[in-house]
Ligand binder design. Structure first.
Ligand code: NI
Length: 257
């Protein structure tokens, strides 16, 4: 089967994994029905890279932000730098931002919370949606989302159906990657079942998170159809219908015409 109108709402094409053959990959994903991509910033440098990609490829958009894994040794004026970068017309969100307590050798939870909160305030000021990364930090993430009530998406959602419902109640969206196709993705599937279809986004998080049967390989946006099929089965629609719904949701959230 071939599909069209695919919107990959979360990709990292500036990753070193694409350094040798990016133009070929871009050609391939366009030939497989991908019509839009948001390339995600994780640091000041990758935010700049994302803008560069979005300016090079007309069907790309991008976000700028500091990932919790990159929030050590930030310059004092990093918010001013992000504010300035966000002026580029291809920037549609602040992200990815959030909390990640999985690795204990990075920034402390307190430092991560400070940087997360400062960027939530920046997003409000700029009236931009946020792209949230939360890993093993559900309670603290939810507390800050409830405090600031941003527009946005919790990306690569891996929490419980209960948490998913709370996020929907806040008016936010949830993004799902190839993880949804894994045999052991019971939690993600339960969450999709609980969430209204107008709150679901499709994403790859490529080069990571390749869906079954490509698990562990380099992922790109052409593989998103496997995630769409898994999601479609849970929601009782066809794969193309699911792709179309997720495309519309993504355009609504990021204010893309
Ligand atoms: Ni990501």
């Amino acid at each position: 089967m071939s599909y069209n109108n695919i919107f990959d709402s979360h990709a990292h094409y500036d990753d070193v994994a694409f350094a040798d053959d990016l133009d070929e990959v871009i050609k391939k994903i366009q030939e497989s029905g991908v019509t839009n991509v948001i390339n995600i910033g994780c640091s000041i440098q990758t935010s700049k890279n994302s803008i560069e990609l979005a300016n090079k490829y007309p069907f790309f958009y991008c976000s700028v932000g500091i990932h919790p894994g990159d929030c050590e040794n930030l310059p004092d004026n990093y918010i001013d730098i992000l504010r300035d970068l966000a002026k580029n017309e291809k920037v549609v969100a602040i992200g990815e931002i959030g909390l990640d307590y999985h690795y204990t050798d990075g920034a402390s939870p307190a430092q991560q919370q400070k940087v997360f909160e400062e960027q939530l305030i920046l997003a409000k000021e700029l009236d931009l949606p946020v792209i949230i990364h939360s890993r093993e930090a559900t309670q603290d993430t939810m507390e800050l989302l409830k405090k600031y009530k941003p527009k946005g998406v919790v990306h690569c959602f891996s929490g419980s159906a209960e948490t998913a419902k709370e996020i929907v109640k806040l008016g936010m969206y949830l993004g799902f990657t190839g993880v949804l196709t894994f045999n052991n993705a019971k939690k993600a599937k339960e969450a999709v079942l609980e969430i209204p279809v107008d709150r679901l986004l499709l994403e790859t998080d490529c080069p990571y998170m390749a869906p079954t049967p490509f698990r562990g390989k380099r992922c790109d946006s052409s593989l998103i159809e496997y995630t769409a099929t898994a999601m479609a089965l849970l929601k009782g629609v066809s794969t193309q219908e699911m792709i179309d719904i997720a495309n519309k949701n993504t355009c609504d959230l990021f204010n893309i015409k």
